[in-house]
Every structure is written in structure tokens, then in C-alpha cells.
Write a protein that binds this ligand. Structure first.
Ligand SMILES: *Cc1c(COP(=O)(O)O)cnc(C)c1O
Length: 391
């Protein structure tokens, strides 16, 4: 029998809520303006300031943001978009929503990010864009990706859902490539419940996405809350309902203001885990962080050394749960999901590196609010579980 290492369950990815978040939400509730309005505009401006991108377009999820990005670039039927199989399924789903085909390129075994050499092999006449994911907050080799994109006339849309704090060669990832998309889902570093932000330096795309996120109504419609006289609004495209509310932005404004301090806290936890598991042959740790980049440290994942264990990863996760420690899997491979296997004929063996990682990966709790005791409990539980299942 394996017993809990603590009295209460340690929830994985629990959001950080401060009094200032609550006060701002209450202020918004009382203002009577709950929809997209002044708080959302403030949140967008703050985000743009933080990333130094020219434009910020808020949306109600990163999934919506990725969808709009591909729409703004006119990616559709007959087109192909190259992405990583080691990501959340929505990274590839949105390509299908546009009528295009997701084409996967295998990842690098060290960085776990998409391998530019593999991307190059997948380019066809139909390829329109590359969609890299800064997995866990570690930046993709963007120099190589941008070079390939330039050579082949492709767009680069980054899934930066894990990468609010990530920098590459001193530059924020929201400011690299054509478009980047961030997530404010509950478990993310900046959380608004549901929410997302698109950044770009291209005004035309930014404006088109602003239209598309609100039913395709002409841009003036966005100013409805400040308009002083009556106007009718025109639908200029069949758009979506992807706008972010002021209720959500109220939380985001303060979450964003704390983001640098929270990263410092997570960095300490990261180092603690690295030290605790350094010499354990039953698992592998994230690779050292490359020079000249800033890892956003959204997720800390270990790789189980399955060759030395009696059970699969999921049973290990269960053993953590039974010790009251929540953990996560980020991610099992997209191409091995039912729909992708059935529709595109993908099978085990197609992307060996991503599959190797996808079977072994486990994310440990990495919230800025975790106490020393929480972290020690996690370390203890991981060691207990490994002890129980080692060959
Ligand atoms: C969370 C996540 C998304 C989706 O974000 P939502 O805001 O929930 O739509 C996309 N890609 C990755 C890598 C994610 O982790």
C-alpha cells in the first residue's frame, strides 16, 4: 500500500488568486460593463508593452487565437501547415478547422521542440505555414525556423501557450515570426479562466483578426461601448465569437503584473527539482537551458526511464495521485489520437522521438505559490513511487 505524503490533495496547476484580482473583478461587475470594453483594452495594451510586439488582439482562448491567426493568413482548403506532434491537440485541430491539413515534423530529443531539419523534409508545394510550439516555455530554435520559412516563403505562427515569459536571443517570442498566440487558461502562468492573446507586428492581420473575433463586424463595432451616437454595424466577413470579456481581463491585468516575480519563484522550484533528482537513474531531467534564451518555465517535466520500471507512465501518475500529488502529461502525441489515426493514417512509429517522449513524460507541480513543504512532498512522492515500481 502506498499512503498519502500529506493531508490534502496538491492540485496540479492551481491558479494564483490575489486580492487585487478579486477587487478588479468586483469593480468590473459593478461597472455594468462585463463584455469586451475598457479593461480588455487595458489588458491588451499591457500585454503589448510586455512583449514589445506592435499589436495585441485578445481572444477567449489560445485555440481561438490560433484559429484566427491561420484565418487571417488565408490558410484554407488544399493548404498544409507543419507542426509538432508533441503538443496539445488544439494546436493541430485549428489547422483542420481552417480546412487545411496538419503535417507533423518530429521533435528534437534534447529540447523536445520541433526539429527544424525535420520541418524542412516535410515541405511541399502545398505548405503555407510552420506552427512551432515553445514546449513547456523553452523557446524553439527560431533562427532555423525563420530561415526555412524565408527560403520557402512560409508564414510562422507560434503556439506560445506556455511562453508568456519566454525570450529568444533577448527578444520576447511574441515579437518573433509573423504571429504568436498565448493562452490564459486556468493552469497557465497568466490565467483568466479562459482567455488568450495574439501578438503580431502586422497591422493588416491585427485588424482582420479584430473583425473576425467579433462576428466579422466592421472594426467600428468594437468601439460600440464608447460610441456616442447610434450606428448600424456591417458584417464584412462571417466571423466568430472569440472576444475576451472585461471580467476575464480584470483578472489578467493583475496576473500579468505579477508574471516576472512568479517566474523567479518557479525558477527556485525548478532548481530544487533538478537537484533532488540529479542522480536518479530511473528518470531524466529537462536539458540545460540554452545560452541566450529565457525559458518561461511553465512546466517542469521528467521523463520516466521505462526500461528500468515495471509499469507504464499512467500507473506512475496514479501512484502520485494516491499520495495526494497531482501531476500532468504534456503531452501524449497528437498523431496517435483516434481522429488523427483514422483520418490521416498516422500510426505508432511515424514520429519516434515524439513518441518516446510522449510515453515517458510527466509534469510535476510548478506553481509560484507552492510552499517548500509542497515541493518536498512532491519529491518524496516521486521517490516513493519510483521505489515501488523499479525493476
Ligand atoms: C493550453 C494550450 C493550448 C490551448 O489553450 P486554450 O487557451 O485552452 O485554448 C494550446 N497549445 C498548447 C501547447 C497549450 O498548452
Amino acid at each position: 500500500m502506498i499512503k498519502p505524503v500529506r493531508d490534502t490533495f496538491l492540485v496540479f496547476g492551481k491558479p494564483q488568486i490575489a486580492q487585487e484580482d478579486i477587487d478588479e473583478v468586483v469593480d468590473t461587475l459593478k461597472s455594468g460593463w462585463w463584455g469586451t470594453g475598457p479593461k480588455t483594452e487595458r489588458f491588451e495594451q499591457n500585454f503589448v508593452k510586455y512583449t514589445k510586439a506592435k499589436y495585441g488582439v485578445s481572444v477567449n482562448s489560445a485555440t481561438a487565437g490560433l484559429h484566427l491567426s491561420l484565418k487571417a493568413l488565408d490558410i484554407g482548403h488544399g493548404d498544409e501547415v507543419i507542426t509538432t506532434p508533441l503538443s496539445f491537440v488544439s494546436t493541430a485541430n485549428v489547422i483542420i478547422h481552417c480546412g487545411a491539413k496538419p503535417v507533423f515534423a518530429d521533435v528534437d530529443l534534447t529540447t523536445w521542440n520541433i526539429n527544424p531539419e525535420e520541418v524542412e523534409k516535410k515541405i511541399t508545394k502545398k505548405t503555407k505555414a510552420i506552427l512551432p510550439v515553445h514546449l513547456h516555455g523553452r523557446p524553439v530554435n527560431m533562427d532555423a525556423i525563420l530561415k526555412i520559412a524565408q527560403k520557402n516563403n512560409l508564414y510562422v505562427v507560434s503556439d506560445a501557450a506556455h511562453a508568456v515569459e519566454t525570450k529568444y536571443q533577448g527578444k520576447h517570442v511574441g515579437n518573433i515570426g509573423d504571429i504568436a498566440v498565448f493562452s490564459f487558461y486556468v493552469t497557465k502562468n497568466v490565467a483568466t479562466g479562459e482567455g488568450g492573446m495574439i501578438t503580431t507586428n502586422n497591422q493588416k492581420w491585427a485588424n482582420r483578426m479584430r473583425v473576425l473575433r467579433l462576428h466579422g463586424l466592421s472594426l467600428d463595432a468594437y468601439k460600440r461601448y464608447s460610441v456616442k451616437h447610434f450606428t448600424l454595424y456591417e458584417a464584412v466577413e462571417p466571423g466568430f465569437k472569440y472576444n475576451l470579456t472585461d471580467l476575464a481581463s480584470s483578472i489578467g491585468i493583475h496576473q500579468l503584473a505579477r508574471v516576472e516575480q512568479n517566474l523567479k519563484n518557479r525558477k527556485q522550484i525548478w532548481q530544487k527539482y533538478m537537484k533532488a533528482f540529479k542522480n536518479n537513474p530511473l528518470l531524466s531531467l529537462p536539458a540545460p537551458i540554452e545560452k541566450n534564451v529565457r525559458h518561461g518555465m511553465h512546466l517542469f517535466a521528467i521523463l520516466l526511464n521505462l526500461e528500468k520500471l515495471k509499469v507504464e507512465r499512467n500507473e506512475f501518475v496514479d501512484l502520485l495521485i494516491r499520495q495526494y500529488i497531482g501531476s500532468g502529461v504534456h503531452f501524449s502525441c497528437i498523431h496517435l489520437h483516434d481522429y488523427y489515426k483514422k483520418t490521416f493514417g498516422y500510426k505508432k512509429g511515424d514520429f519516434p522521438n515524439a513518441e518516446f517522449l510522449g510515453e515517458r513524460i510527466v509534469s510535476l507541480p510548478l506553481g509560484a505559490n507552492l510552499t517548500k513543504k509542497d515541493i518536498n512532498d512532491v519529491i518524496k512522492a516521486v521517490n516513493n513511487a519510483l521505489d515501488k515500481i523499479k525493476l
